[in-house]
Design a protein. Sequence first.
Length: 169
Amino acid sequence: MPVHLPPHAVLAEQTDATQLTRVSLADMERRIKLYLRFGEPACITSLDHWRRVAVFLPGAVFCRIRWQANNYGVVRWQLMVMQACTPLDVAQRIPGVLPGAQLQLHVEGEPAVRAVLAQIDAIEALGISPAAVSSAYWRTLGNRLDARLPLPAYTTERHAAWLAGRARS
């Protein structure tokens, strides 16, 4: 569970070499909802009654969902799995994510977002944190969705192989 602290409390503990990633979140009833599906922010700061900013340390993996509607219905579904960067990493510029992040998965549209949410639910059902999942798996999901192919399940065996490979490097 994230700690709700003023931003200067988190910043005071960081060195100049550490780059924090700030992620905008919002909740305007029946209009827009920007929220985190998973990820462990170092802190969350409320800006007003409908806007917040989540702050992530370098290397943290998180998922932000954007849902947007107008007077005629839902106009946008978006899901992004991202990894917070250090100043030396290459990062994509993403609206509402400062200074940017490494994009591991980006899907648009209700069917694609719902399909990925089902995969996230299945991962959590295995007792695995989605933030600990292999970045290659998130990229594979994006490629499979683009090619309109069935989505592969993330298994405990796949996760064990990912952790073993990471331990060797």
